[in-house]
Design a binder for this molecule. Structure first.
Ligand code: C2E
Ligand code: MG
Ligand code: MG
Ligand code: MG
Length: 275
């Protein structure tokens, strides 16, 4: 049986609690092993395009885990376990190093990295990030950090200072899955971010539910009036793309444009003139 995760996205039916805990512990142990072997982990890259869908503006790094016996495991399943167990800290560092290596290999490319709340709020985050950026000789301008609204609900002064420090240094900040958390645009004005990524759940309903069009259009308009860039996540159809382009959406991401790609495939796409 499938069960909605409440965002219109389907997940495998959750087993009874005892088994779920066992499964999580097993997953955590295997993830720890994978981190030490690290051949089972990879970053894939999904192009982020302009609203015409023709030009690549950057890529989002997405973690992939292929277990030697279980096969591929979804980040939706293992990222929460990594957060609960603290494994997200070494895992997040690994992601940052891989993304920096990719940025070094592709000097013109902007790479967006997902940063979990625990990782972002850990005391060493800025130091680890800077060390990796310096080690690879890249510019912070090449990196965008994707955080979620839940981060902003934490220790506000600390979050504000970190965001300011990151942006002063040249990193860009995107607010991921926008619209699924608890913040409002009004609340957002206090926090210096560059980009809002409108969650796929809203994009999916474009042309199907009039409210979705109204919400997306007003997020774009209000976001622009606050000086933010807007990205639409999960764009799957040409009619969604047209609605988003008409509403002035700056960037598009989704299967219509391209699914996430392994490194070698991304290299091939970057060599093509049309992106
Ligand atoms: P996200 O950051 O919102 O990433 C977008 C997700 O939507 C990705 O799922 C991507 O493959 C998927 N997607 C992109 N376009 C489409 C589309 O047109 N249709 C549909 N149905 N899906 C689309 P993925 O790779 O499974 O990642 C899921 C989530 O796991 C991410 O959501 C992010 O929150 C987390 N995640 C992935 N990699 C990392 C990582 O390196 N670090 C952290 N902390 N979290 C990560
Ligand atoms: Mg993301
Ligand atoms: Mg997202
Ligand atoms: Mg999402």
């Amino acid at each position: 049986a499938a069960k909605s995760d409440g965002r219109g996205c389907y997940r495998l039916y959750a087993p009874p609690l005892g088994k779920a805990i066992q499964k999580r512990q097993l997953l955590a142990e295997e993830l720890r092993l994978a981190l030490n072997r690290s051949g089972d982990l990879a970053l894939w890259y999904q192009p982020i395009m302009d609203s015409s869908g023709q030009n690549m503006l950057g890529v989002e790094a997405l973690l992939r885990w292929t277990h030697p016996v279980w096969g591929s495991i979804s980040p939706a399943d293992f990222i929460p376990v990594a957060e609960e167990t603290g494994l997200i800290l070494p895992l997040g560092d690994w992601v940052i190093r891989q993304a920096c290596l990719m940025a070094q290999r592709c000097p013109g490319l902007t790479i967006s990295i997902n940063v979990s709340p625990l990782q972002f709020l850990s005391p060493n985050f800025f130091a680890h990030l800077s060390a990796s950026v310096q080690q690879h000789g890249i510019s912070p301008h090449q990196l965008e950090l994707e955080i979620t609204e839940s981060v902003l609900l934490g220790e506000q002064q600390q979050v504000l200072e970190l965001l300011q420090r990151l942006r002063r240094t040249g990193y860009r900040i995107a607010l991921d899955d926008f619209g699924t958390g608890y913040s409002s645009l009004n609340y957002l004005m206090q926090f210096p971010v560059d980009t809002l990524k409108i969650d796929r759940c809203f994009i999916q309903l474009l042309g199907i539910q009039a409210q979705a069009n109204a919400i997306v259009e007003s997020v774009i308009a209000l976001g622009h009036s606050l000086g933010l860039r807007i990205t639409a996540e999960g764009v799957e159809t040409e009619s969604q793309r047209l609605a988003l382009a008409a509403a002035g959406c700056d960037k598009l991401q989704g299967f219509l444009l391209s699914p996430p790609q392994p490194v070698e495939k991304l290299f091939l796409m970057l060599k093509q003139p049309s992106g």
